[in-house]
Design a protein around this ligand. Structure first.
Ligand SMILES: [Ca+2]
Length: 201
């Protein structure tokens, strides 16, 4: 089995590595409708102007979430935000997804799960990771026969994108802000954000 599944895991890892070289997962930030350090640009007019368009594009790319995977199994989950979700499934899968810049992109291994609202049960025997659909997502996941897919839309990222035109960074993910998560990541090589989390995280 390993000789079959390993190449499938390497391909999504390679693709995501190329597409998302600076990404670092942040489940707490991904789930928060308003980021811990939401705010206005504070690093000067010039940088704000230079980063205005790139930040709007990145905010736009965070809105639609998609995933695809391979492996035998069966399951379905519908979600209209995490408190309003229902689903169950079991199988083997190796998948890669885009849940925005803060979302965990990889999944892989054997699994069995059931979810109802905020409650879920997961049984895993060989799991590397399971996709963690962001809290506010409205989406559907299904695994049928030898494939799986997820498609969703993030209301919090829509608001962040719209509000972002005023330069207010609601999700705390803009580049060019002293308190922006993305700027902290770039400067710290991806470790500073963890040091800013409260001890209970
Ligand atoms: Ca933003």
């Amino acid at each position: 089995m390993m000789s079959i599944t390993m190449p499938r895991r390497l391909l999504p890892l390679l693709l995501l590595g190329l597409a998302c070289a600076s990404c670092q997962t942040d489940p707490k930030g991904s789930d928060a409708f308003i980021g811990d350090h939401a705010g206005w640009p504070n690093e000067g007019f010039g940088k704000g102007v230079a980063m205005y368009l790139p930040n709007r594009i990145l905010d736009l790319l965070d809105i639609v979430h998609v995933g695809v995977g391979f492996g035998p199994g069966a399951g379905i989950m519908l979600q209209v935000t995490r408190p309003l979700r229902v689903g169950a499934g079991a199988g083997i899968e190796d998948g890669v997804a885009w849940f925005g810049r803060m979302g965990e992109p990889f999944s892989g291994g054997h699994y069995a799960m059931a979810a109802f609202g905020p409650f879920d049960a997961q049984e895993t025997t060989d799991v590397v990771l399971r996709w963690r659909v962001p809290f506010w997502d409205v989406g559907v996941w299904a695994q049928i026969y030898l494939g799986e897919a997820y498609l969703g839309i993030a209301p919090d990222e829509i608001v962040d994108f719209i509000v972002g035109f005023t330069t207010y960074d609601m999700k705390d993910d803009d580049y060019g802000r002293e308190s922006g998560r993305e700027t902290r990541r770039m400067r710290s090589g991806g470790v500073e954000d963890a040091t800013r989390k409260p001890p209970d995280e």
